[in-house]
Write a protein that binds this ligand. Structure first.
Ligand SMILES: Nc1ncnc2c1ncn2[C@@H]1O[C@H](COP(=O)(O)OP(=O)(O)OP(=O)(O)O)[C@@H](O)[C@H]1O
Ligand SMILES: [Mg+2]
Length: 257
């Protein structure tokens, strides 16, 4: 198992050591209905995979299967080369951070408290340690000046950055993003995407479900196109956006680009 080593290089520039992530023939179902079928994926350490595809194609369900918010019906999920299907779910969710469309911050807590809570309560760090981690992560996401603000006194983009800092505070090996910018006003989208691109550059392993095709093209090492619960094509951004092979992907791209 690889450990996450937060090394400080230059001013507040943290280097992450993301782990590899592999899915092998993962199937996820609601009752008898299989909404993700036999998906296999390899995400190399420190790389970003963007998942695109039409509404209802199983993107969110797939992400939830990775950290077992939804237990796979069959198949295997490996982090750093080791199956996580037998891990304790709470332990696994420390290793795999997840950021949602809606930020789910505690409204009565400040940004600092929102970020410090999990290291303190879940990881058992001292209050002082948890506070220090929270301060570092908030600075890292550009909120050094806003630590004492409550969510209602922050913009949507700032709230999402608090949510990202909260996930980072657990020292995850992999980060999952499910449409992290879709609830934001257009002018706030860029800042959050820039932050995500920055995490990628610093070595985090990320799986990003997104409708932001510009982000996928620019930042992704790998783009995965899902339709009807299956991976139809996966490849580099050039392969997926400039040389789509399947009619389904061509149709999808003609609708979103
Ligand atoms: N709780 C649930 N119970 C039953 N079926 C569900 C449930 N949640 C999702 N589904 C179904 O599973 C399929 C995949 O849904 P999912 O949310 O993973 O799609 P998605 O690709 O994330 O779509 P979107 O782009 O709209 O977010 C859809 O057909 C959806 O209706
Ligand atoms: Mg979804």
């Amino acid at each position: 198992m690889s450990t996450i080593d937060h090394k400080t290089t230059a001013a507040d520039q943290v280097v992450y050591e993301g782990s590899s992530l592999e899915l092998e023939n993962v199937t996820l179902a609601y009752g008898d209905v299989e909404v993700v079928r036999e998906v296999s994926l390899r995400v190399a350490p420190g790389t970003t995979t963007c998942v695109i595809g039409p509404s209802g194609s199983g993107k969110s369900t797939l992400l939830r299967g990775i950290n077992r918010l939804h237990e796979p019906k069959s198949g295997d999920v490996r982090v750093a080369g080791r199956s996580v299907l037998k891990d304790r779910p709470d332990e696994l969710r420390r290793r795999i951070g997840m950021v949602f469309q809606h930020f789910n911050l505690f409204p009565d807590h400040t940004a600092l408290e929102n970020v410090a809570l999990a290291p303190w309560k879940v990881k058992g760090q001292s209050r002082a340690q948890a506070r220090q981690v929270a301060e570092d992560r908030l600075r890292e996401v550009g909120l050094g000046e806003r630590m004492d603000h409550r969510p209602r006194d922050l913009s949507g983009g700032q709230q999402q950055r608090v949510a990202i800092a909260r996930a980072l505070a657990m020292h995850p090996e992999v980060m999952l993003f499910d449409e992290a910018t879709s609830a934001l006003d257009p002018e706030l989208v860029k800042g959050v995407l820039r932050l995500m691109a920055d995490l990628c550059r610093r070595g985090m392993t990320m799986v990003v479900v997104t409708h932001e095709m510009g982000f996928a093209r620019k930042v992704a090492d790998q783009v995965v196109f899902m339709d009807e619960g299956e991976v139809v094509e996966a490849g580099t951004p050039d392969q997926i956006f400039d040389n789509p092979r399947s009619d389904r992907l061509r149709t999808f791209l003609s609708e979103v680009l």
